[in-house]
Design a protein around this ligand. Structure first.
Ligand code: ZN
Length: 160
């Protein structure tokens, strides 16, 4: 399943992941398999549950963030995150997802976002910082615990 992508130099953005062939909306570009390395707080660790963080095997950490991504996240049965085409992707396109699709808060990326899209948020922020419209745009392509965390933080706000 991962044969259709390749790590390459992304101009101005270090390494990135590129499609070798075309993908249709819903196709899996990267099948998420978690690594069992012990982890600390690390910029390449991804949130994998409400409180857990982990590393994925393979090219997962090479995908660049975009504020206008062509891929999203779907949690699979192993607890890993598949990276799935959110729209059709042509061969040679860079595949990106929004890091807010799996991390509720993002504190590691203090520099500005270089995705270059018209709707760039300016910095790489987490799910909690996304506008409601963006959350709706991403429906079905985000880690499900983010939705639960939204519900819980709304309930917390009511109590205080
Ligand atoms: Zn951006």
């Amino acid at each position: 399943m991962t044969s259709g992508i390749e790590e390459r130099i992304a101009h101005g953005r270090g390494q990135g992941v590129f499609a070798l062939g075309s993908f249709r909306k819903g196709d899996i570009l990267y099948l998420g398999m978690l690594d069992d390395r012990p982890i600390g707080n690390h910029s390449h660790a991804s949130q994998i549950s409400k409180t857990g963080f982990g590393f994925h095997k393979g090219l997962s950490s090479k995908f660049n963030h975009s504020c206008d991504p062509n891929c999203g996240i779907i949690l699979n049965e192993s607890g890993g995150h598949n990276i799935v085409a959110m729209r059709d992707i042509a061969a040679e396109d860079e595949a990106t997802y929004d890091y807010a699709m799996r991390n509720f808060r993002i504190e590691h990326f203090t520099s500005s976002c270089g995705c270059g899209h018209a709707n760039c948020r300016g910095s790489i922020t987490g799910w909690k910082d996304l506008p409601q419209q963006r959350k709706e745009d991403y429906a079905g392509f985000v880690a499900p615990y983010l939705i639960e965390m939204d519900v819980e933080s709304a309930a917390d706000r009511k109590q205080t």
